[in-house]
Design a protein around this ligand. Sequence first.
Ligand code: TMP
Length: 210
Amino acid sequence: MSTNKGKFITLEGGEGVGKTTNVPFIRDYLESRGIPVTVTREPGGTLVAEKIRGLLLDKNSEDLTDQTEILLMFAARSQHLKKVIQPALAQGQWVLCDRFTDATYAYQGGGRGMSLAVIQWLENFVQGDLRPDLTFLLDIPVEIGMSRAKNRSVELDRFESEHSQFFDRIRQVYLQQAQHYPARIKVINADQPLESVQEQLIETLNKLLS
Ligand code: TMP
């Protein structure tokens, strides 16, 4: 049984879905309700995990095998969990994390074709029974997300440089995950005005608060 006093919220979606705008929005809303929030991200969130992030996103380095990629994701996650996420939850902080293991199912499972059994094994090995309490999946058609990502980046990273079929598969797996875990994953259509997206974020957060 979990001894966590805080709640663990994750934000997911393909490229260009608006996580960068909505993470601070959710943090500000929770803080306005008197909740202490730790904001963090994956891959990353600690000194070592941020170094691993650098390896994962660098497209000008040597090719990474799919196995190296997934093991680096979980290596970073292990560090992040032990150093940041678990201590914060145990102290009663709420943790708001920009991406977590649903991204591994989507990117490494859907995108790269890694087997579900391998991902599940690594998930159990690294996380034990820790899973997010709530996940927002911001969903938009791939072409719209990619054009937003291209407009904002000076240079695309190793993932953003992938082809559109890669992102189609990612979106499919994210939506499958949401069907599989309807109580945890709230899908939000992110291809609508920001105010409507944020109204739905608040509505769902209020349910978690009540
Ligand atoms: P970001 O662009 O949201 O900061 O995330 C960095 C990239 O890492 C993004 O393209 C998705 C990718 N990623 C994975 O492939 N697997 C994972 O488990 C995580 C957390 C991120």
